[in-house]
Design a protein around this ligand. Structure first.
Ligand SMILES: Cc1cc2nc3c(=O)[nH]c(=O)nc-3n(C[C@H](O)[C@H](O)[C@H](O)COP(=O)(O)O)c2cc1C
Length: 185
């Protein structure tokens, strides 16, 4: 993740490649219950920041350059699409009971798509930040997003500028031996 961007716009063909790759992620039952809201340029991104970051929180924490990102992509999960898909005959969960789901695949799939977008951005020489949207209602209202679509966060995209890493990184990376359990826990 980078939290500082320079002024250069993202070339349209690069953005299209990132969006195309994000749509090639796997999805449970091939539901494809993903939407991507794409905001380009200060007019659109400015409305986004006004809705979701009225306190300019990144600036307060020393990362004003986040707001310079020329592109913001919001991946949205659609729970109902999965409940409907899994009510089809080959799946058979006709009661559409959300409690059946051991893991909410609508979030899993939206996260896969997000990771593809992040990898594609880095592959194209861009930088990106994935961050949480703490004001989903304000976000929906600003862009006419239906109530049944849930933003899982947002991706700021652009050419990276010199950056101050997150303090979280001081935690260090967990050693592989504590993460990978070979042959048993
Ligand atoms: C689900 C999720 C939510 C995150 N939310 C934020 C956020 O709100 N603000 C932020 O600055 N970074 C956020 N991050 C970025 C993490 O802080 C970052 O990925 C982590 O510190 C590791 O750094 P790296 O991705 O550069 O390796 C988020 C990452 C994930 C996966």
């Amino acid at each position: 993740m980078v939290r500082n961007f320079d002024e250069r716009p993202v070339p349209p063909e690069t953005l299209e490649q990132i969006l195309a790759n994000a749509q090639r992620g796997p999805s449970a039952g091939f539901t494809q219950g993903l939407d991507l809201l794409v905001l380009v340029g200060p007019g659109q991104t400015g409305r986004f920041w006004a809705a979701v970051s009225p306190d300019r929180g990144f600036e307060g924490r020393g990362w004003p350059g986040v707001y310079r990102a020329p592109v913001v992509v919001v991946p949205l999960a659609h729970r109902q699409a999965y409940l409907d898909r899994y009510a089809e005959p080959d799946k058979g969960w006709t009661d559409r009971d959300g409690a059946r789901w051991p893991v909410p695949y609508w979030y899993v799939d939206a996260a896969f798509a997000t990771m593809l977008a992040l990898l594609s951005a880095v592959d194209a020489g861009l930088g990106a930040l994935f961050f949480g949207i703490r004001e989903p209602a304000a976000f929906r209202a600003a862009f006419g997003v239906p109530d049944d679509r849930e933003p899982i966060g947002a991706i700021a995209l652009g050419y990276p500028a010199p950056d101050r890493p997150s303090r979280s990184l001081r935690r260090g990376r967990r050693p592989s031996e504590s993460v990978v359990h070979r042959g048993g826990w």
